[in-house]
Design a protein around this ligand. Structure first.
Ligand code: G1P
Length: 294
């Protein structure tokens, strides 16, 4: 088994109830930061890391995602007729070569581990990446690319890691590490959503993974974990117990939790300020309201 990572799984089956009523008819992955859907940020990051095969684990009501990555012949024709080359270029980024993107349905919401397991027949005997589009990471070098580079040295399994506030540990997969130095953390245990009083650390797993295919075998067991769900964290922890390595990778960059409204709003402001054409207006507005906030 080589260390080349060319396939990524995007679990996009979640109902997005935290964003109702919007998500009644719009998949949450289509919700936009400035003018790009969350899923576009995830795809761009995957491409930068050398991913060439994309697997979406979807569910009922997610058709808009498939349309988003299709050609839009009428729209493109109209833009061409009007000479709007800049917009045509923007649309090009949403086009995927035929056959590079596959859709698999998760029929029941049984957990993240189960969602990843649904893609098992499309994964051979090669390591693969998992990207959770809710976790948006602003970074000079995209997070998955940082991990793929580190992974060339380590092999095994790798998860993105970041410190969170101690009272937030019960919202994450948490790492128990051998030593906590530098970017690369050697993991000796993992636990999904531990109670604050039981947590082994405050090093949380963030939604970027590079996994060995044996993790999919572990998921075959369909063991239920935290919240009664089949957890990806547990399947990775089982791989560790079976003698394979797991590393946490402390990435450089800022992570936004776009699964929460507050995180989504923060990301909107940050990505807005990062755009040259919006920065001045937005910054002036923010400065004007700051004095009235307390
Ligand atoms: C999932 C994972 C969890 C991880 C988190 C990162 O949880 O199960 O281990 O820490 O993503 O965002 P969820 O946010 O889906 O509850």
């Amino acid at each position: 088994m080589g260390n080349k990572v060319t396939t990524a799984i995007f679990p996009v089956a979640g109902m997005g109830t935290r964003f109702l009523p919007a998500t009644k008819s719009v998949p949450k992955e289509i919700m936009t930061l400035v003018d790009r859907p969350l899923i576009q940020y995830a795809i761009d990051e995957a491409r930068a890391a050398g991913i060439t095969e994309f697997i979406f684990v979807t569910s009922r009501g997610k058709g808009a995602l498939e349309d988003y990555f299709d050609l839009a012949p009428n729209l493109e024709e109209e833009l061409r007729r009007k000479g709007k080359d800049d917009l045509l270029k923007v649309l090009e980024e949403t086009n995927m070569d035929s056959g590079t993107i596959a859709y698999v349905r998760q029929h029941k919401a049984l957990g993240l581990g189960h969602a990843v397991w649904c893609a098992r027949r499309l994964i051979g005997d090669q390591p693969f990446a998992v990207i959770l589009p809710d976790d948006v990471i602003a970074a000079e070098k995209p997070c998955l690319q940082q991990m793929v580079e580190a992974y060339q040295e380590t092999g095994g399994n790798m998860v993105a890691a970041m410190e969170v506030a101690p009272e937030k540990t019960s919202s994450y997969g948490i790492l128990d590490v051998v030593s906590d130095e530098g970017n690369l953390l050697e993991v000796k245990g993992m636990v999904e959503k531990p109670k604050v009083e039981d947590t082994p650390s405050n090093l949380a797993v963030i939604g970027r993974y590079i996994l060995a295919p044996t993790v999919l075998k572990n998921l075959d067991e369909m063991k239920k974990g935290a919240g009664g769900e089949i957890q990806l964290t547990d399947a990775i922890a089982a791989d560790l117990d079976q003698g394979r390595k797991v590393h946490g990778y402390r990435f450089a960059g800022q992570r936004f939790d776009c699964g929460s409204k507050s995180g989504f709003l923060q990301a909107t402001v940050s990505y807005g300020l990062a755009r040259a054409e919006l920065r001045d207006d937005l910054a002036a507005y923010l400065k004007s309201i700051v004095p009235s906030l307390d």
